[in-house]
Design a protein around this ligand. Sequence first.
Ligand code: ATP
Length: 288
Amino acid sequence: MTELALRTEGVGKQYRKSWALRDCTLALPAGGVIALVGPNGAGKTTLLRLAVGLLAPTTGMVEVLGHDVTASTPHTLSRVGFLAQDHPLYKRFTVAEMLRFGRACNLRFDKDLAERRLAKLGIPLDRRTGTLSGGQQAQVALALALAKRPDLLVLDEPVASLDPLARHEFLQTLMGAVAEGDVTVLFSSHVVHELERVCDHLIVLNNGRVTLAGDIDTLLAEHRLLMGPRTSADPAQGSSVVETVHSDRHTTLLVRDGGLPTAPGWQAHPVALEDLVLAYLRRPVEAA
Ligand SMILES: Nc1ncnc2c1ncn2[C@@H]1O[C@H](COP(=O)(O)OP(=O)(O)OP(=O)(O)O)[C@@H](O)[C@H]1O
């Protein structure tokens, strides 16, 4: 059986009185890139921190690379890399000092690999990290995380603070690393329109609940847009309607596993990934 990169079963996380995550059950295959999408406060950081063992679940079980994360050994954790949201670096350290620090703190650390990556990007090793641009700092943090040669690399909104060019370069570096090795990448993002190019698997989180999860090609094949004359009836005949949008003369339904209405004038169209994600994000969800 193929190893799962991450498996959660009924996971919930409660901070004081409120639940940040509830009933989260996922099975994420090893290999490829997984995007975690959701609005502010949806619970993305909470889920990612649970996945790398930085938080303990209030309910349920988290298994990373086949091991219960709460009982993980240093060896298992050495197979997991984590890049927090603000690309934390010691700002007074030079890049070279950061790399030495990375080597001292990790059971396995490929310093040459990090140096080669940074040389390719023209980032000098003798600069203090605090004097680098935001995009360069993100690249240094990514080079450090990749130098661990992790089997699972978890990144919390890695491109949120980057301009479009820096974002593109960052994702290129990440995709290059995925193409070169066996790393599974799990990252959270608000930038929905780039996901199709970059990701194999998708998780949509809203209000602390997983509202959609699966292989992207399968999800796109399962959903269709049905367009027809405006109607207040239920033309989808029992198939699962994700969203209904009316204009003056037309009705558009996003359905899952749905057939074409028998009423005249209806047509089925494939749905774009961005529209699919936005429809699930717009759906009202009972708070966790
Ligand atoms: N340490 C904490 N103590 C109390 N509440 C918390 C704590 N951390 C997060 N929360 C709450 O849990 C919920 C989920 O937060 P989380 O940071 O996981 O969301 P997010 O999807 O990562 O948000 P963003 O996109 O804004 O980073 C929010 O309502 C947040 O206020």
